[in-house]
Write a protein that binds this ligand. Structure first.
Ligand code: ATP
Ligand code: MG
Length: 759
């Protein structure tokens, strides 16, 4: 205690204190980005623990990502010390759901050793179910069914609960039957998908009141961060846990959210959950925070100006006392690679100025954007850390290795069995595998069970038989070893003995060395856990990978993954129409889609503490095809007075407000003058038509025209042209904006007119 007041209250503003000290009854903290919601929530938890209102295992606290859970654990530890160790129920919805499900798996016909399958396996299973139903597999894809089932699970619906009319959503009226068959397959495999982690919980709570009552007694306090992104299933889950039907027990629930940061609508999140909260928990105290402690005034102003364009919002104002800092920096660049180069240069110069790499983050809209950054980081030797996105655990070799480990833990895991039974090759032909499948169906056993059965018969012969025996013996041996070996040692043993490591050692594949490194890394990762189960659960649940050296690496992640985080310097590349806002979300969801994209822009800008740098490219390669791009409409929405247009040599200057609305962009000309590796300004500017036709290119330079596709080409047959990659050439064919050009050195190529200039 400091002056009669607990030290952790120091520095909190009055509404934050109120949130901390109002421990009894429902509390809704509704406030904008960076206003200290998470900090208040963390302090509240520390307060509950340190005043003895509850013991660490009696508090349920849900965070949005594993990273957020880790950070919260650390902060609470700093405030209350060791008692944080006992906080078993601090994690994401999924990780807590998984824990609960393991304790009562039998209620939903699973064993507590069930496997958590990932999206790939989910799709594969769906395919099998579609095939078994005799449906046209071209028309009805596994991915489509998996998506539909996910939607239902996000809504908390079991096959029995899906409204009958939705049977027609898929598979000629068989949608619900397919869902049921899929669930039956999961039970047979002793497996659960992500959605099940919560939906099974709902089933358990609803069918076993005594179990639910046990949790009512256990969880004296419940808290949820990023509440605006909960979906129906999560909402129902929380409501079941938070109070009983008569509202007699529980009710000490505190949720925290910001309607402007709701960005998971595509995953079934419903911002209405915030509005419903006051109805479900009558008498809820609503606390609003308005002071932003994170960002400089310009950053906050930019974010507020952008989000103000949304109609669908509760609306709130934010202010900050943070001293005036630099403005938001905006710049246009030639293409994605140049964008990566420019951002890397910035990162390096910040580093030279003494900033730590981990203080900087590049936040992309789409994961494909990561590649050019990863490559550039690699060339420049800048250590970086990818959060989310294409992950370590999704690579072929890690998935294989995990399949081995999963099978060791759960011999009924057919997906894993099928994945590795003949990898490396053990001499099981298609025939042997087919026979296994038949035997498994006939006997109603898993593939492992079928294999054991087949060994007793004379169906399997010769090499296949001895190989199968050896494989099953190995499985038994590893399962034995699993009892007393640590997960890291076990992983190493299994990979060695199975011949899997040797398989890659012998491979001529150019990626084999990298794959071997990844296998080593997997053993390292497993070594950090006490049990195999703990490790496999962790793998199934992590949506991000972090190494121990967080200090020395630039962060690279999607905007979605950046929620709740903050960084001194934030780069926001790819602010172009079609990419951001994403064309798909506009096509599919119209205005709602656009507003969700805009909230994502708001989330992006508000991650920045000191510096926010937005960029857009004039040309973008999307799925291998070059397209000319227009600056995002969100760029137009930035407030001029808070934006600095980057004008250092090497960058394109862009007068933010002189950007015409995107519909007029075919009038823009990008001039690019090659000078000592960099480029000179002025870059973007409105094309005086004269500039386009009249100005002769300076030697060694090119005038490039970004025209909106499909544009009419300005070129004619037989005209001499210059292309930045292929050099000079002669136009052979003109088809709208698509041209065939015979290049002097590169030969005949198809190119886009936008990439050419008159030579
Ligand atoms: P988001 O909506 O992005 O999740 P948030 O509302 O959860 O943001 P926090 O992350 O809790 O905001 O806080 C933002 C920053 O402001 C953090 O660096 C935090 O430490 C700081 N902060 C919060 N409250 C205060 C305070 N009362 N005094 C000083 N700094 C504060
Ligand atoms: Mg937060």
């Amino acid at each position: 205690l400091v002056g009669g007041e607990p030290h952790y209250l120091e520095g909190l503003n009055p509404p934050q204190r109120e949130a901390v000290l109002t421990t009894e009854g429902p509390v809704l903290m509704l406030a904008g980005a960076g206003t200290g919601k998470t900090r208040a929530l963390t302090t509240r938890l520390a307060h509950i623990l340190s005043t003895g209102l509850a013991r660490p295992w009696e508090v349920l606290c849900v965070t949005f990502t594993n990273k957020a859970a880790r950070e919260m654990r650390e902060r609470i530890g700093a405030l209350v010390g060791d008692s944080v160790e006992g906080m078993r129920w601090l994690g994401t919805f999924h990780s807590i759901g998984a824990q609960i499900l393991r304790r009562h798996a039998e209620v939903v016909d699973l064993k507590s050793s069930f496997t958590i399958i990932d999206t790939d396996d989910q799709v594969r299973l769906c395919k099998q179910v579609i095939e078994a139903a005799g449906l046209d597999e071209k028309r009805w894809t596994g991915r489509g069914l998996a998506g539909l089932i996910d939607d239902w699970k996000n809504r908390g619906l079991t096959p029995d609960e899906v409204p009958g009319r939705e049977a027609h959503e898929f598979g000629e009226g068989k949608a619900i039957a397919l869902y049921r068959a899929y669930q039956a397959r999961l039970v047979a495999l002793n497996a659960a998908d992500f959605g099940d982690l919560l939906v099974h919980n709902l089933t358990i709570f609803r069918t076993k009141p005594d179990i639910l009552a046990e949790y009512h007694r256990r969880f004296r306090y419940l808290m949820v961060d990023e509440y605006q992104d909960t979906n129906v299933a999560q909402y129902l889950w929380l409501r079941l846990l938070a109070r009983d039907d008569e509202g007699k027990t529980g009710g000490n629930v505190c949720v925290v959210g910001d309607d402007d940061q709701s960005i998971y609508g595509w995953r079934g999140a419903e911002v209405e959950n915030i509005l419903r909260f006051e109805k479900d928990f009558p008498g809820a105290k609503v606390i609003r925070l308005e002071q932003n402690y994170r960002s400089t005034p310009s950053i906050l102003a930019a974010a507020s100006a952008v989000i103000a364009n949304n109609e669908d919002r509760l609306g709130k104002t934010l202010f900050t006392d943070v001293p005036e800092g630099s403005k938001v920096i905006l710049r246009g660049v030639w293409d994605g690679d140049e964008e990566a180069r420019v951002i890397c240069d910035d990162i390096e110069s910040e580093q030279i100025k003494g900033r730590s790499l981990s203080d900087m983050a590049v936040l992309v809209r789409a994961s494909f954007q990561m590649r050019s950054f990863e490559e550039r980081f690699n060339t420049a030797g800048i250590p970086y850390q990818v959060v989310g996105g294409p992950r370590f655990y999704e690579r072929e070799e890690t998935r294989d290795a995990l399949a081995y480990l999963r099978l060791v833990r759960n011999p009924d895991d057919d997906l894993s069995f099928a994945r590795i039974v003949n990898k490396p090759r053990r001499g099981f032909g298609d025939k042997a595998i087919q026979m296994l499948n038949v035997a498994s169906r006939m006997n109603g056993t898993s593939l492992t069970g079928a294999a054991r059965f087949l060994l007793e018969t004379s169906e399997l012969k010769g090499k296949a038989k001895s190989a199968m025996r050896e494989f099953l013996d190995s499985l038994d041996r590893w399962a034995d070893a699993a009892k007393d070996k640590r997960p890291g040692d076990l992983a190493e043993l299994v990979l060695e003995e199975s011949g899997y490591t040797d398989f890659w050692k012998a491979s001529k594949n150019a990626q084999a060395p990298g794959k071997l490194e990844n296998l080593k890394e997997l053993v390292n990762a497993a070594s950090e856990f006490d049990t195999l189960e703990g490790y496999l659960d962790h793998v199934a649940l992590v949506s991000e990978r972090t190494s121990d050296e967080e200090s020395g690496q630039v962060w690279l992640m999607t905007l979605h993954a950046a929620k709740g985080l903050e960084f001194p310097v934030v780069f926001l590349p790819g602010w172009e129409e079609e990419l951001f806002p994403s064309g798909r979300s506009l096509d599919e969801k119209g205005k709602d889609g656009l507003e969700e994209e805009r909230r994502l822009a708001y989330v992006g800008i508000t991650r920045a503490r000191e510096s926010c740098r937005i960029s857009f490219a004039a040309n973008r390669q999307v799925y291998g095809r070059w397209q000319s791009a227009l600056p995002s409409r969100f760029v137009d929405e930035l407030p001029e007075e808070h934006v600095d247009v980057a004008s250092e040599p090497g960058l394109y200057g862009v007068a933010a407000k002189s950007l015409p609305s995107h519909s007029q962009f075919h009038d823009l000309v990008v001039e690019r003058t090659e000078s000592g590796g960099g480029y000179d300004t002025p870059g973007w500017r409105r094309a005086q038509r004269a500039g386009r036709s009249g100005k002769a290119p300076i030697e060694g330079s090119a005038t490039l025209i970004a025209s909106s596709a499909p544009g009419q080409s300005d070129f004619e047959r037989d005209q001499r042209v210059f292309h930045q990659k292929f050099g000079t050439g002669t136009v052979r064919r003109v088809d709208g904006n698509k041209l065939e050009v015979e290049f002097d050195h590169a030969g005949l190529k198809k190119v886009i007119g936008s990439f050419l200039s008159a030579a």
